[in-house]
Design a protein around this ligand. Structure first.
Ligand SMILES: Nc1nc2c(ncn2[C@@H]2O[C@H](COP(=O)(O)OP(=O)(O)OP(=O)(O)O)[C@@H](O)[C@H]2O)c(=O)[nH]1
Length: 346
């Protein structure tokens, strides 16, 4: 009797706004007709990533192939959300040939990798590889760096302390799990800065892992899918800061909320307000959409730090209220009321 082959699954990790959804869109658009199912997990209940992927307009990319898990961070909701979703995909009459899982930017990959050893899916699916998408300009700007003086001072109280910057921990955990690193947004750095980022990233990698440079995640899907790593059998070589506490961790270093916004009159003015808020409050990520007076199309807005992009993504459907919303994610302690007021321009 032949051994049934397992469905390969690729985990895409990477910090908030690194370019995971952008890379995934590229993969779906260049997959050569392969039946790919996507599980996308994000912070915030607006479902922006799912929308972005569904509106890709790629022939053969069906709505039911994109499953959103918006209920908190995947790494913390494995049993409740992830496993039933995987089982449902695998039980389909036409199961996917490949499954791609985009984790939220704050998720730690290791608890998710462990879930692939659960009896209900272990014999049916394997982790083909973990792809870590890295925001090259954010690394270059020191987003994930510690303040060595602060670490030393805090270590005096807690000998086990590794970092004073919670972003550094998430970044290291994500790189620690990687089978391939994609250095994204290379268009925003010169050669010298890119070389420095490569050295910095290499220094954080626990094993020899290939680093590829990319713009807008434009890499051949054959390179990204097909790593054949069986990562679930190789957990020991993927260190996590939370190994000691059996994967337990909290996300209380970070804060996320949604600001609802009424119809706007001027797209540029809205984006300018968002940019000012991001800079003033050190917001890590903003994304959402807005209604513009007299315009049938919805304005989609994406911000990473204080770098913003916006475009009209799709028409408002007649059944929708023309009400916008912006997800705001930052380190904990954000001034929610002040940020909401500033975004609304009140
Ligand atoms: N300049 C530049 N911008 C990019 C590149 N790749 C992605 N972006 C932009 O960066 C922003 C974030 O990209 P996403 O693909 O949504 O990032 P993400 O990692 O999925 O974000 P989260 O799911 O919120 O963590 C968007 O505005 C993208 O258009 C790139 O290579 N260069």
């Amino acid at each position: 009797m032949s051994v049934p082959t397992k469905v390969p699954a690729t985990v895409i990790t990477g910090f908030l706004g690194a370019g995971k959804t952008t890379l995934l869109r590229h993969v779906l658009g260049h997959s050569g007709g392969k039946r790919i199912a996507v599980i996308v997990n994000e912070f915030g209940s607006l479902g922006i990533d799912g929308d972005t992927l569904r509106s890709c307009g790629i022939p053969g990319c069906r709505d039911e192939d994109i499953v959103e898990l918006a209920n908190g961070c995947l790494c913390c909701t494995v049993a409740d959300d992830f496993l039933p979703t995987m089982e449902a995909l695998l039980d389909r009459a036409d199961p996917p040939e490949h499954i791609v899982i985009e984790t939220s930017g704050l998720a730690l990959p290791k608890p998710l990798l462990k879930a692939f050893n659960w009896p209900s899916i272990r014999t049916r699916v394997t982790v083909d590889g973990v792809v870590a998408v890295v925001d090259a300009p954010a690394v270059s700007a020191g987003r994930f760096a510690d303040d060595p003086v602060a670490v030393e001072a805090q270590r005096a109280a807690d000998a086990a302390l590794d970092h004073d910057n919670p972003l550094a921990e998430v970044f290291e955990d994500q790189l620690g799990a990687a089978d391939l690193v994609v250095l994204n947004k290379c268009d925003l750095l010169d050669e010298g800065a890119l070389g420095a980022v490569e050295r910095d990233v290499s220094a954080h990698l626990p094993r020899a892992v290939k680093i590829l440079r990319a713009n807008e995640g434009r890499l051949d899907p054959a390179v990204l899918l097909g790593l054949d790593a069986a990562a679930e059998d190789d957990l020991a070589s993927r260190p996590s800061h939370h190994d000691a506490v059996d994967g337990e961790h909290e996300h209380d270093d970070f804060d996320s909320f949604v600001v609802e916004i009424a119809e706007q009159t001027d797209a540029e003015a809205l984006v300018e307000r968002l940019r000012a808020v991001a800079a003033e409050h050190d917001v890590l990520r903003m994304k959402g959409f807005a209604a513009l007076a007299g315009r049938p199309m919805r304005l989609a807005v994406q911000g990473v730090g204080d770098r913003f992009r916006h475009q009209f993504d799709r028409p408002w459907s007649p059944s929708e209220t023309r009400q916008g919303g912006i997800v705001v994610i930052g380190r904990s302690g954000l001034d929610r009321d002040g940020i909401a007021r500033a975004i609304r321009g009140g």
